[in-house]
Design a binder for this molecule. Structure first.
Ligand code: SAM
Length: 211
């Protein structure tokens, strides 16, 4: 993801009613933000937000929270959000490394990870959103039957992620290295990166992990 410093992006984040400020204050209380008891699904590293904005429109009875580290990217999701008439979608400008600070035990029903940064150097493996360190965090915030859904075109990252799931003591509900030509594809919502890489002919990998 190219990170241009978009003028005014940070200000737009603090002024928008769709971006939750100081999300730590809602730990264990996200239902109050949505004013209902519907399940909460989150996307970590949502980028420009095509995936989560589409899901929010398709599923009004699910609450969505999109998490993105950089204002310069999140502002593109915010532009989409501002054209939408839904009440089930909020964004956080937040580093997921600290995700335990913002969600209580079992508060999240599903976690989506799409085309996460690969961090190819071994010494940065802990930063990968599918590392066993991240699965330990997800284990705390996910409800009992919750799941992590991960898509990528990066074969090495996918191999690493399959190993992480096993090391973390979770199991694979499904996994494929050719998602777009698989029976699981029905109902798929494409992300920006998925559109780009699949149009270049890269096979898309997907796994769903549960414990
Ligand atoms: N999910 C989008 C897609 O598939 O089109 C964007 C993919 S992009 C390669 C990865 C995104 O994850 C970037 O926007 C990056 O800033 C964000 N990201 C990476 N690490 C993150 C973290 N620790 N917390 C929040 N966002 C993160």
């Amino acid at each position: 993801m190219r990170l241009r410093n978009i003028k005014g992006a940070r200000e737009a984040m603090t002024e928008s009613k769709f971006v939750i400020q100081n999300p730590e204050q809602y730990k264990g209380r996200w239902k109050e933000v949505f004013h209902n008891d519907n399940p909460i699904h989150i996307e970590v590293g949502m980028g420009k937000g095509k995936f989560i904005t589409t899901l929010a429109q398709q599923n009004p009875n699910i609450n969505y929270i999109g998490i993105e580290k950089y204002s310069s990217v999140l502002i593109r999701a915010l532009e989409k959000r501002e054209t939408m008439e839904v009440s089930n979608l909020f964004f956080l400008r937040f580093d997921a490394e600290n995700i335990l600070d913002i969600f209580g035990n079992g508060e999240v029903g599903r976690i989506y990870l799409n085309f996460s940064d690969p961090w190819p150097k071994d010494r940065h493996a802990k930063r990968r959103l599918t590392s066993k360190e991240y699965f330990a965090r997800y284990d705390q915030i996910l409800e009992k039957n919750g799941q992590v859904e991960f898509k990528t075109d990066n074969q090495d990252l996918f191999t690493f992620s399959l190993e992480s799931v096993t090391e973390a003591g979770w199991y694979m509900e499904m996994s494929t290295r050719d998602y777009h030509n698989s029976p699981y594809m029905e109902g798929n919502v494409m992300t920006e990166y998925e559109e780009k890489f699949s149009s270049m002919g890269n096979p898309i990998c997907k796994l769903i992990a549960k414990r």
